[in-house]
Ligand binder design. Sequence first.
Ligand code: TNX
Length: 594
Amino acid sequence: MATAQPGVADLARAAAQAAENLLAPPAPVPLGDVVPAPVSVVADPAADFTLPSDAAIRVSAEAGARDVAEHLAELLRPATGYPLPVTEATPGGPAFTLTLAGVDGLPAADTSPVGLPRPRVPLDGAAPLDRDGRAGAGTPSALGDEGYRLEISATGVRLTADTATGLFHGVQTLRQLLPVAVESPSPVDERWVLPGGVIVDRPRFPYRGAMLDVSRHFFGVDDVLRVIDHLARYKLNHLHLHLTDDQGWRIAVDSWPRLATVGGATQVGAGPGGHYTKADFRRIVRHAARRHVTVVPEIDLPGHTNAALVAYPELAPGKVAPPPYTGTEVGFSHVDPADDRTYDFVADVLGEVAALTPGPWLHIGGDEAFKVKGAAYTSFVERTQRIVAATGRAVVGWHQIAPAAHLDGRVLQWWGTNGDDPETAEAVRRGARLILSPANHAYLDMKYGPDTPIGHDWAGLIDVRRAYEWDPGTHLTGVPADAVLGVEAPLWTESVTSLPEVEFMLFPRLPAIAELGWSPRRIHDWAGFRARMAGHGPRWSTAGIAFHRSPEVPWPAERADVDRLDREPTHPFPSQLGPDATEVPAPTAATADG
Ligand code: TNX
């Protein structure tokens, strides 16, 4: 009996099927591999979702939600090459909901599960969470101002929150759960698999920040925007800009125009410096706001003011202009605290800066004013605090301002190294709150190790573990956890001259500080952190972000071609990094082409 012979088309189909079976789908990123570590992760490996090319983003109609959906689309379109249209869900559905699914996936205004049972996923039990991420009894939604709930099932992704900010943070988690190639600036042939399950998450502290010193070396607007993007990835929500110091005044002030034009004309090493026009600064603020990052501008007073004195000698105690300063000493300059004209200057500058800044904070510095002592210093700070209050902003100052009188909303930024300071504890007892930036853990201008080619070591060497191993909630003697507003990682730039050098000092320590600010203390775990961090190296490489290949992190082996690129001196490495330039990876081929 003759057997039926398969046709050519059947053979081709069978061959294609066999080939597909051989190409096992890539294992998705494990659901818990997120930095900062989420509060609650319940994986469901049977519910992995593969993003189809016809996927759409549907979002509820509240203010800000659509913008988050557009942001997600902008993150995913370059690498996937998918159109990812954004549409608004029909009114009446749940508030602050964003879904990502194929056209046949989630129905419009769906209030039902995404193929998953929809338990109130335990934030370890019930809601809401306390400061330590522990749950207690309470309201049905424990998500708060910044939390989110991310559900991934075989049919799609659903992200819910109580605010647009919560949705935004959820998008950052989603991004980390996609394959590394999502960081590529150009389309990649990839299966865009997401791990199934549910994450429920919210921060431990409301203030999580980084500081960039744009005075010692000036960084242009585009560099700052990129740093803001880096913050947003790790759910940091404040960018403190150190706008003025001895070496340069970096913000235009209409009523005192020479501050920027004369005071901004140089920097450490006598380079040309620069300053932000008001339009530049507004651009920074807008870019930050879209990423749910608040800008905290700092005008450092009464010390660290040589650049202002060069521009306006009337502010100097002897009324004589000093020469511009391009070295790296501190503590030698100050405005004249005994002259009323100084306070006109302070009020004009802080008034204009406040008008440019929608956020609630104005930072007045106050550090290392070694020549303004005792009562002269305290009354200068108190008068300046009142000027800040008149702008409707809350004052932030380095912890040296502690002895000054309390004022509603006052925040001190701790940068000491000993964890024990009675004056700071006393200011907290009088009502001040604290941002923790202990120099021996959180100062990103410290060297990682003795061979780090740039940076300082006056507060010690800060490797990744040292950046990670401390607790903001208990760090300062006599300061209870509920007085701690949060954490900030300052990057001073005496020795940091370019964006790759900035990134080299930020990564991987910035994510360590971010995790201290976001994740509950009970899940703090160095071994887990370094393992989760490892997967970010390839992401940074793919995105063209420089980082320190710390031996403390078990980075996955690089592909041979990428490795070769890293070693070839074809990339314009910052000269200060010298022969150790492999420390700062070159962009991958994809980035170089893009
Ligand atoms: C101390 S920290 C400073 C800065 C320096 C920094 C260098 C602080 C408030 N003042 O002026 O840039 O050390 O690490």
